[in-house]
Design a protein around this ligand. Structure first.
Ligand code: HEM
Length: 508
């Protein structure tokens, strides 16, 4: 090596060191007002001590030490963690525009998903347009109460037939797929205007795809893909492979259904409506393409199925542990004037206990524990703590929903916490109900909140009306029950209980 080359090499290393040091100093200054979680290791930051497979639980523990607003460092990235109702309300509601972004992520940049998605796109005029249009279409094709009942009716009947078969044969069964297929078919109807039989292989495909997306998009272990994408690609990381597989399955599915939809010349539903925009001025202005329709479809199918079917499965699991809850719901249902086979949404106000059960279900399981990561759009603050622009924010809904200060005995399922002394449900403005943020808050609040609450109610009441749910024979013999505590659930974007079996008894 010549003297000149080695001098140049030395200068380059020196420059790199100076650059790294100045980055470290400016980063330290940028975040200095925010308490940090300690200890941090060089290079790893907090990644060494943060068990990513249960990070919502660990972060809730850390909040007890570092306060409701603190930051963690995962490799090079500083992430803000909000863990109390007050801090989340201040950020997402009071400073809603500042916290409305989504972070740039390797995972969401694949196939430009972050340019077309409702869930993963940052806060742009296009996102606002998509949110408005999708909400409107959901209302037209599924949202109105009578319409939603009509959309659900055939699915409830199919679900009933499947459970009845098991009940008549006296068999124990795993309820997850049965519920998933029914909930998913409602979403398929609303998005693609289809009507599949439950035996169709399509549901297995969607369930498999759902599992892959759920694993690879959580704020848990799969975050490695965003932080060290080159390493994951290079080493053929399990999550990188699973993400590729999920996208491939999604694309194959989409191509097939889009062709079928065009052949049917279908005009109803979220996807046909989105496709109609493509040739319009609005569509051109917002760069609406078939990719946009594909993304919005994926968002709705996954967000609209996994959340609700998991909530219902958890409800059945809770019935095994708290049998009096299903009996009380059933009693309330038969006391109400509604004697038809399908519970009516108009009867909701006469069923305060059932409403309280569903609210407590959303609190207790908190099945989207870290919401979807937010991102700051400009310099801002939370509870007086300065927060810089371009910072990823984890909203720990799990921590808020299990905070002993607001929810005494947080690990006990107690619907009565939402009822007054006369058994009336607290109004949505009541301080206790306001602390339930299962659907997030502010500009990125769940797009399907009203739809989800109503559908959850129809499905839950229908199940209770037609069946009594009991432990499986095997569990009875072993004198045990499958675990219900959400701290045992598997981490993903949506938390899932471990699969379990139960028995159903037909209510005559
Ligand atoms: C029990 C049911 C559900 C729960 C608990 C739930 C919860 C959530 C949560 C916590 C978020 C993230 C909010 C944030 O980023 O701060 C979210 C976002 C979203 N949800 Fe839901 N959800 C449910 C059902 C649904 C349904 C049925 C749909 C569709 C019909 C839906 C569509 C969406 C969409 C599109 C977003 C992204 C909104 C955005 O980024 O602007 N969800 N949901």
């Amino acid at each position: 090596m010549s003297l000149e080359t080695s001098t140049l090499g030395g200068a380059a290393v020196l420059l790199l060191c100076v650059y790294a040091a100045s980055c470290a100093i400016s980063s330290r200054r940028k975040y200095s007002g925010i308490p940090k979680a300690n200890p941090r290791l060089p290079f790893l930051g907090n990644a060494g001590s943060l068990d990513m497979s249960r990070c919502h639980i660990v972060l809730a523990e850390w909040a007890k030490r570092f306060g409701p607003v603190f930051r963690i460092k995962i490799f090079a990235e500083e992430i803000l963690v909000l863990s109390s109702y007050e801090s989340v309300h201040d950020a997402l509601v009071q400073k809603n525009a500042a916290f409305a972004g989504r972070p740039p992520m390797y995972r969401t940049s694949q196939q430009n998903r972050n340019k077309h998605s409702v869930v993963w796109q940052t806060y742009t005029p296009k996102l606002q347009f998509l949110r408005r249009e999708t909400a409107q279409t959901l209302k037209v094709y599924g949202g109105g109460l009578d319409l939603l009942e009509q959309r659900c009716a055939p699915e409830l009947q199919r679900m009933r037939n499947r459970i009845q078969r098991e009940a008549k044969a006296g068999r124990s069964f795993d309820p997850f797929d049965v519920i998933y297929d029914a909930v998913c078919n409602v979403m398929l109807r609303i998005t693609l205007d289809t009507n599949f039989e439950h035996e169709a292989t399509i549901f297995k495909t969607i369930r498999d795809m759902n599992r892959l997306f759920n694993d690879t998009f959580s704020s848990g272990s799969a975050t490695a893909l965003d932080l060290l994408p080159w390493l994951c690609e290079l080493r053929g990381h399990d999550y990188a492979n699973r993400l590729k597989q999920a996208l491939k399955m999604r694309d194959d599915f989409w191509e097939k259904e889009l062709t079928a939809l065009k052949e049917r010349q279908c005009k109803e539903g979220v996807v046909p409506r989105m496709l109609q925009f493509i040739a319009t001025d609005k569509g051109k202005k917002h760069d609406i393409t078939e990719d946009t329709a594909k993304e919005v479809f994926t968002n709705l199918i996954l967000a609209g199925t996994d959340t609700t079917s998991t909530a219902l499965t958890c409800l059945l699991l809770l019935f095994l542990h708290y049998p009096e809850v299903q009996e009380k719901m059933r009693a309330e249902l038969s006391d109400s004037s509604d004697k038809q086979s399908m519970p009516k949404l108009s009867g909701l106000n006469n069923m305060p206990y059932s409403q309280a059960v569903l609210l407590e279900l959303l609190r207790y399981i908190s099945h989207v524990p870290l919401a979807v990561p937010h991102y700051t759009m400009y310099d801002t603050s939370v509870l007086g703590i300065p927060v810089p622009k371009d910072m990823t924010v984890y909203v720990n809904l799990w921590s808020i929903h299990h905070d002993r200060l607001h929810w005494p005995e947080p690990w006990t399922f107690k619907p009565n916490r939402f009822l007054d002394s006369e058994g009336n449900i607290y109004p949505p403005t009541h301080p206790i109900r306001r602390k339930l943020l299962a659907f997030g808050a502010g500009r990125r609040v769940c797009l399907g909140e009203a739809f989800a609450k109503h559908r959850l109610f129809i499905f839950a009441l229908f199940l209770v009306k037609h069946f009594r749910f009991l432990p499986s024979d095997e569990d009875n013999r072993a004198n045990r029950l499958p675990p219900v505590d959400p701290r045992t659930y598997e981490m993903g974007l949506v938390l899932h209980p471990h699969r379990f079996h139960l028995k159903a008894e037909i209510i005559q």
